[in-house]
Design a protein around this ligand. Structure first.
Ligand SMILES: CC(C)(COP(=O)(O)OP(=O)(O)OC[C@H]1O[C@@H](n2cnc3c(N)ncnc32)[C@H](O)[C@@H]1OP(=O)(O)O)[C@@H](O)C(=O)NCCC(=O)NCCS
Length: 172
């Protein structure tokens, strides 16, 4: 059974292994693998700080990062933005997720969003905005299978690919 957890030292090696796999396809490049090895506590501190409005810059919103775990393996990462600013409302939404390349097309995409919606409800959100590129068929299916209600497709500055915007009701 898979579950979401905020990063902890218990999963240090598995998180680093997943980050390295993501970086192999050009994702999560903001993670410094050497630093994670040397000072994982610093990463844990940053993850705590990014949830706290007093410790983030005015142009960002409080955010919780989770890792999807199955067995003892890190499968994917989900970011939950606690609120929307102009950019998030138009383009990125409340929730972003990524499944490690070796674990795609096994149902984990649908599962990570399902679990992320539970976390959204737990912090008091009632409606969650989730978006994806119009050509991202996998993500489109993930959102629609989780009850995504299509609102519109918007043009993204500097891109020929539109963003599809969906709302998901998370009230019980
Ligand atoms: C999008 C992503 C999260 C999907 O994760 P996943 O674990 O492969 O998703 P699932 O296994 O739950 O598959 C969901 C559906 O999408 C389909 N699918 C997945 N990847 C696909 C692809 N590349 N092309 C076409 N269909 C795809 C699956 O077959 C499944 O279809 P079904 O409902 O008919 O059975 C994953 O491909 C990923 O991490 N991509 C890179 C990051 C990304 O795009 N994140 C989303 C940003 S909005």
């Amino acid at each position: 059974m898979s579950f979401l957890i905020e990063p902890t030292t218990q999963y240090k090696e598995q998180i680093i292994a997943a980050v390295q796999e993501f970086q192999g396809e050009g994702r999560l490049l903001d993670y410094d693998v050497q630093q994670l090895h040397r000072n994982f506590a610093n990463y844990l501190r940053r993850m705590q700080n990014q949830k706290d409005r007093r410790r983030i810059s005015p142009d960002t919103v409080p955010t919780t990062d989770f890792w999807l775990i199955d067995g003892n393996e890190v499968i994917g990462r989900l970011s939950l933005r606690h609120e929307l600013n102009d950019f998030l409302l138009k383009i990125a939404g409340h929730i972003g997720y990524v499944i490690r390349p070796s674990r795609r097309c096994q149902g984990y995409g649908k599962e990570i969003l399902r679990l992320g919606l539970e976390q959204a409800r737990a912090i008091g959100l009632t409606r969650v905005l989730v978006t994806c590129d119009e050509n991202n068929i996998g993500s489109k299916k993930v959102i629609e299978s989780n009850g995504g209600c299509f609102e519109n497709a918007v043009v993204v500055n500097g891109s020929s690919v539109k963003k599809l915007r969906y709302w998901i009701d998370v009230v019980k």
